[in-house]
Design a protein around this ligand. Sequence first.
Ligand SMILES: Nc1ncnc2c1ncn2[C@@H]1O[C@H](COP(=O)(O)OP(=O)(O)OP(=O)(O)O)[C@@H](O)[C@H]1O
Ligand SMILES: [Mg+2]
Length: 336
Amino acid sequence: MGEQPTFADLNRRADIDAQLRPRSLDQFVGQERVRNNLSIAIEATKKRGETLDHVLLSGLPGLGKTTLAHVIAQELGVEVRITSGPALERTGDLVGMLSTLKRGDILFIDEVHRLPRVLEEYLYSAMEDYAIDLVLDQGPAARSVRLTLERFTLIGATTREGLLSGPFRSRFGLLEKLDLYPHADLVRIVERSAALLDSRIDAAALELVASRARGTPRVANRLLRRLRDLALVRGRDVIDSPVAREAFAHLAIDDRGLEETDRRILRCLERLGGGPTGLKTVAAAVGEEEDTLESVYEPYLLSLGFLERTPRGRKITPAGLGHLGIKSDGANARFP
Ligand SMILES: Nc1ncnc2c1ncn2[C@@H]1O[C@H](COP(=O)(O)OP(=O)(O)OP(=O)(O)O)[C@@H](O)[C@H]1O
Ligand SMILES: [Mg+2]
């Protein structure tokens, strides 16, 4: 306890993640619209014997973008090569990956909004014409060589769709956005994961996990693993609500799934008088990166209606104040 995780621990955790990952569209819970669109496109592609149109998957961290990319490959029966925007630095990195793809294969680029601009432009012609024009040499000797590629499918995943350039975005034939999962879907996800992990969890504990999962399957699975650990340590063979409540108390996760950082954000906005506060100020006050605040913490606070984004900055709402136990007229409910 309290020691650094060993290599075996890390492997075991990766195994659990892999074990819980849905393998087919049928196993993928929720997101009906996305699932339908993909399933039609996949079926049509197979019937015509063509390759799938390029797909852009956008949505907050942990909603299932990487999972879907694997599911699509599985359903099509093709191979998937995986890379990410920040990992591709030089033209050669990208060309190397593209040229090894066989007809119909998938190139999955995670965090595609972080792809260097130059490479993005190479991708344009790769996506449209399945060819890349490479410029060799410089000055008067410069000449361009056309490298033809097999017809492939690009699947891009992004947590920040807004950062993608218009021309890039428009080259994807399927643009699918994943939303936060409603409570009922999270209940199904936790139920499924518990079954896969051979853990028994009762209905009350299921509800407790789902309502603290921040609309996010990855969080739901993480919470389930913590509850499962505690149940084992406490010698219970079923995860029930006393175990769940004790685990959430240890994790300092409240009844809406807020963690300490979320509460610090709300308290900071409240201290600053409830008026609009710039992102920089909030980031400095809570000691987090602006980017992390925007893409991890704020979306969930916004979805709960605890936070409001205005052109002049962030504001805490009456509901947010209520959650802190403060009445919106300034009177403090905890210390009347
Ligand atoms: N619809 C779903 N049904 C069941 N489990 C899901 C679903 N979506 C995601 N999961 C589970 O949540 C975990 C996180 O999903 P995934 O890694 O695909 O998220 P992501 O969108 O790629 O996140 P990131 O932006 O951080 O890369 C997966 O390991 C998977 O087990
Ligand atoms: Mg991912």
